[in-house]
Design a protein around this ligand. Structure first.
Ligand code: PXL
Length: 462
């Protein structure tokens, strides 16, 4: 595994600083070590206190890490620096990075997202003199690039000028992050400018934070991801693109605090893990259905499908189901492969239900008969119908049907408070219409749970 080292401050709120770096390193599959330069007490409202670690103790941390070489003789493949705070700290860190010949990403951290100062005023010159000339790449945001270059940056042309100036100061490459450039973000883009003698751009969709909220931890996560990707051997532009995508995912899965959205560095990883979990769950559910006696008794003419969505699913591509449905044959039931984006019908009913309860991520369609409805009642499932004939023009059947069934349940029983998702139906059915077969849909949190419900229904039909 490649080895990386971050030298920076602790952010007790967990989104930025050393905490962000370590989470990013782990998510990207590199072995991360951390050298703590300062401790900050901060939250969504600001930085309440900070304390520098004695420079000798910071140096000792670097020496400890550097004396643990791998069997290839490498202790650290790549490093990054974040909050360094004082001139004395910068002098020592520059000396150590030079001594051990460690390639590094310089994240010229100056202020916390919430406003607190993370670099003393007189330390900026030391950073410019000692670190910029020896870094592989420096990653300022627009205000930082402005401070370093001494140029006002209002648009892309200004940013280009600043990048050239910072490159001339000795940085092999410069990335000016575009998240602060209004010209860009207004157009829905977050574009970073790269300059390493040639200009380049890395662009991605801009995620506009909710009103009054600032994104916290994106800068640290970007430089940490860049460090990890460079350690793994990517060239600068590919590494920067990968880091940008990583941060985009981390922001999209961020945690909302009072004034901040704290990025979630493992969001992308969790999403992939969830996709795998969902696929395996649907596979297991299909195995259960295949083992269920007399399963053919509940398969409708159009065939059955069972599906399950990932957490926070947005489209049918986030729902796994059986490609081509489950159909009875002479040799037993036949199923296609299980994959994402293969069932429009089951996906739509799941997505409609998830709008009411995001935990209810699975559903199956089975045959309608009064006996099947009785069997559902026997298993104490909550049942609600809708009438296809009443579907208003311009509605999508499943979206409307699920809404209607929920509304009916709330009218037939007591009023359904919106937050009381336990009143949602497990079973929604309709009696069909001209050319439309009547159908029962069973919902649950997982496909395995839904297959279990189907098993109970078939058992009580016997
Ligand atoms: O975003 C840069 C940063 C770096 N290091 C620490 C921080 C922050 C931002 O808040 O708190 C410790």
């Amino acid at each position: 595994m490649k080895r990386v080292m971050t030298v920076g401050g602790s952010d007790c709120s967990g989104g930025a600083g050393i905490q962000a770096d370590i989470k990013t390193f782990s998510a990207l599959g590199v072995y991360g070590t951390s050298v703590l330069t300062a401790i900050t007490a901060q939250n969504s409202y600001g930085v309440q206190a900070k304390h520098e670690v004695p420079v000798e103790l910071v140096e000792a941390q670097i020496e400890s890490i550097m004396s643990e070489a791998s069997d290839k003789g490498i202790a650290v493949d790549y490093a990054k620096t974040g909050m360094l705070y004082s001139s004395a700290m910068i002098e020592m860190v520059a000396k150590q990075l030079k001594k051990h010949k460690i390639p590094f990403v310089l994240d010229p951290v100056m202020k916390a997202g919430s406003g607190g100062l993370l670099l003393e005023d007189d330390a900026l010159n030391t950073l410019i003199e000692l670190l910029i000339p020896i870094c592989e790449i420096v990653t300022p945001n627009v205000p930082e690039a402005s401070f370093i270059s001494g140029l006002e940056i209002r648009n892309k042309e200004d940013a280009k000028e600043a990048a050239v100036k910072i490159h001339k100061m000795g940085a092999s490459a410069v990335i000016i992050k575009g998240g602060h450039l209004e010209q860009e973000t207004a157009a829905g883009k977050a574009t970073d400018l790269i300059y390493d003698g040639d200009f380049g751009e890395i662009s991605n969709e801009y995620i506009k934070p909710k009103k009054g909220k600032i994104v916290h931890g994106a800068g640290c996560s970007f430089s940490a991801a860049l460090t990890a990707e460079l350690a793994k051997g990517k060239n600068l532009r590919d590494a920067a693109l990968a880091a940008k995508k990583f941060v985009h995912d981390a922001i999209s899965g961020g945690e909302e605090l009072s004034n901040l959205i704290v990025v979630n560095q493992v969001h992308g990883l969790r999403k992939d893990a969830d996709r795998y979990f969902v696929l395996e769950n649907v596979k297991e559910a299909v195995r259960m259905l295949k083992r269920t006696k007399k399963i053919e008794n509940i398969i409708p003419e159009v065939g059955t499908n069972i599906g399950m969505a990932i957490e926070g699913a947005e489209s049918e591509h986030d729902v796994a189901a059986v490609d081509g449905r489950i159909v009875p044959t002479k040799e037993g039931i036949h199923t296609g492969c299980i994959d994402f984006g293969v069932s429009n019908h089951v996906a739509r009913m799941i997505l409609a239900m998830m709008k009411q309860d995001k935990e209810k991520r699975s559903a199956i369609n089975i045959k309608y008969s009064p006996k099947i409805i009785d069997a559902c009642k026997e298993s104490e499932m909550r049942i609600s119908p809708f009438e296809r004939g009443k579907e208003p023009l311009g509605e999508k059947t499943m979206e409307w049907g699920v809404r209607e069934a929920i509304r009916k349940l709330s009218l037939d029983g007591k009023a359904l408070p919106k937050e009381k998702v336990e009143f949602l139906p497990d079973v929604i059915f309709d009696l069909g219409a001209v050319g439309k077969e009547p159908m029962v849909r069973i919902f649950g949190n997982t496909a395995v749970e839904v297959a279990g419900k189907v098993k109970r229904i078939t058992e009580s039909l016997e």
